[in-house]
Design a protein around this ligand. Structure first.
Ligand code: G3I
Length: 358
């Protein structure tokens, strides 16, 4: 149901409000987030920012932060042995500086997308040098625009069978858990004023993983390793899985009790009902995000709320290789704007939940 008059009153385009949101003095998530102390962000790419003007304009109205979906990964930077390619990151950070946006540094140290020649160097015993060189070089280069860094991404995977649930990543295999301590200590040295984040996924659904992440966080904080926040990637599932609400709330409370901030870093919804009507699909996505955000907001207000894309136009979940639920490559409608950049029901849900923050 489109509430025309209400929508016209304070939204730039009409969206199904279903009477859940009274008019607000704020017109965009960016304005509302700023008023509530929540920085609104979206993953994007240099191509989207420079080659899709309509998209970039809407992003500037809804977000005050951007995240490189690809350009800061080791596969992008070190794609050719002996060469360092930060052209994509430079373009993204130039755009951000010109437009007054903040940037998330994602990711610094990750197990995935390591070029073969980098893997060979790690295997040859140069992991510690590689890690230090990368952290120092990249953080120094962008310290004037990147204020929040995923220093270590996805270090926990209990199914790998290591003690304390560590993932058998190349870094872990070469250096043991100390690579995590090392990365955060170097990060504080080279970006002393930035928010240093441990980032991971599925803690909303998997209590075993959440417990292992919490164990890592307790070990880092008790060892006085410089860490400021935990990034909940929050790649949610439309119907295939349901968040373990009470466990998730306790998990967030434990993070808060460690004195760490909680960020939402990659929020989107993985659909699996592409044969249903758009209205039904959008309602399901909205309800999933509503349940998740209500659970989180019952414990903490995230200083950063980032979506893994702003518009369905560029969702990674529309690519069958990333979304086994979507073998035919339908547009996955798991983000706040549709592929035509129109606000969806989930936009109104996020807006009304943030608007209620005191
Ligand atoms: O390979 C080309 C490269 O040659 C080209 O220069 C570049 C230009 O943009 O594109 C590259 O294509 C793909 C890239 O996405 C850009 O679309 C890469 O092959 C592909 O591996 C890459 O996938 C990304 C994936 O991380 C791995 O980096 C997805 O888009 C991205 O959504 C996904 O994001 C991850 C987060 O970083 C961590 N959390 C989970 C999340 C989803 O998996």
């Amino acid at each position: 149901m489109i509430v025309g008059s209400l929508a016209a009153g304070f939204l730039t385009n009409s969206i199904p409000l279903n009477g859940r949101s009274a008019p607000s003095k704020y017109r965009t998530l960016r304005e509302l987030g700023r008023a509530k102390g929540v920085s609104i962000g979206a993953a994007t790419s240099a191509a989207q920012l420079y080659e899709d003007r309509s998209f970039a304009d809407v992003l500037l109205s809804e977000c005050d932060r951007i995240v490189p979906e690809w350009e800061m990964k080791w596969s992008a930077i070190y794609s050719v042995q002996g060469r360092v390619d930060l052209g994509g990151m430079d373009k993204i950070c130039s755009f951000a500086k010109e437009k007054g946006l903040r940037v998330r540094g994602h990711p610094l140290i990750w197990h995935a997308r390591l070029p073969v020649h980098i893997q060979a160097e790690i295997d040859a015993g140069r992991a510690k040098v590689l890690l230090k060189n990368h952290v120092s070089f990249v953080m120094s280069r962008y310290q004037d625009v990147i204020d929040s860094w995923d220093v270590v991404n996805e270090a926990i995977l209990p199914s790998d069978g290591n003690s304390n649930g560590f993932r058998s990543s190349p870094w872990f295999s070469a250096l043991g858990p100390s690579y995590i301590h090392n990365a955060f200590e170097l990060a504080r040295e080279f970006a002393p004023n930035a928010r240093l984040v441990y980032n991971d996924y599925n803690v909303e659904y998997d209590g075993v993983k959440a417990d292992a992440v919490l164990s890592l966080l307790k070990s880092l904080t008790s060892a006085r390793i410089p860490i400021d926040a935990v990034g909940l990637q929050s790649h949610l599932w439309a119907t295939r899985r349901r968040i373990e609400r009470e466990k998730f709330i306790r998990f967030c409370g434990s993070i808060r009790d460690l004195g760490l901030e909680i960020l939402v870093t990659e929020l989107d919804v993985r659909e699996n009902q592409f044969e249903y009507s758009t209205e039904h699909r959008d309602r399901v996505v909205s309800k999933v995000v509503e349940e998740y955000l209500k659970a989180l907001l019952s414990v903490a207000v995230p200083k950063e709320l980032c979506f893994w894309g702003l518009s369905d136009r560029y969702s990674w979940l529309s690519k069958p290789q990333y979304n086994p639920e979507n073998p035919r490559g339908y547009v996955n409608r798991g983000l706040i704007l549709d592929e035509k950049l129109a606000r969806k029901e989930v936009w109104a849900t996020v807006f009304s939940l943030l608007d209620k923050i005191k």
